[in-house]
Design a binder for this molecule. Sequence first.
Ligand SMILES: Cc1cc2nc3c(=O)[nH]c(=O)nc-3n(C[C@H](O)[C@H](O)[C@H](O)COP(=O)(O)OP(=O)(O)OC[C@H]3O[C@@H](n4cnc5c(N)ncnc54)[C@H](O)[C@@H]3O)c2cc1C
Length: 213
Amino acid sequence: MLDPCNRILDPEPGRSPGIVPGQTASVVVIGGGVAGVWVAYQLAKKSIDTVLITYESADRGGIQGASRRSVGACNTLPLRSDDLDGYLQRIGQGQTHPSVAQVLTDYLPRALTELEELVELKTIKIGVALPSGGEDFLAKMRQHFLATGGEILNAWVTRLVVDRHQCRGVQYESDSGIGKIRCRAIVIASGGYAGLFANSIQTNCSAAFSAPI
Ligand SMILES: Cc1cc2nc3c(=O)[nH]c(=O)nc-3n(C[C@H](O)[C@H](O)[C@H](O)COP(=O)(O)OP(=O)(O)OC[C@H]3O[C@@H](n4cnc5c(N)ncnc54)[C@H](O)[C@@H]3O)c2cc1C
């Protein structure tokens, strides 16, 4: 049987996939790119019991996510602009959420100061950059997250178990079988473009972008 990503769910006919014992967490973060790893680390630092689920295996293409490919340059010049929202709307072609400028002003300088204590940053003309790129950054941030008490699960989230009133958890597939984590909150940081790259995990976004309207 194939799942929508053409992954074989049951490689041996007649044998059902194993069931991993269920677990609980306060928060599950889906996606271990820059967004997921940073939020997971922030939660763990506050002693919030957090599981980061991200897919590392090779059978969905091997290289996943934009963060691994990123140059890691952060343009901080626009923060000094009198009209940050105007700038963001221009580069975002009017689609930037109006709260983003305020969030960046309030949060980014503090986050960069903290980041400087965790990983090496170099100063560049427009701001700062990671000297050795995204892959090395992710490895270091994952180490910081683990050292702060977080847990990382190499798995593919297949289902969010939520209703209008309550978040109950997630289901996933991993090499060990199908599992579930009961949790009170889910952070979705699964990236926007991963499925567009050759050799990427097959998200459905490329199909969504190319679908006739
Ligand atoms: C070549 C390149 C250079 C770039 N350079 C820069 C730059 O210099 N500066 C800059 O600011 N930006 C840059 N960007 C953009 C930047 O890298 C992205 O905006 C950013 O990395 C997105 O991070 P993310 O955490 O949202 O998503 P991603 O890094 O895509 O991470 C998403 C993660 O979620 C995982 N995932 C998805 N679905 C599931 C699921 N169901 N279950 C489990 N895991 C799942 C994926 O495996 C992936 O690891 C660059 C991008 C590229 C491609």
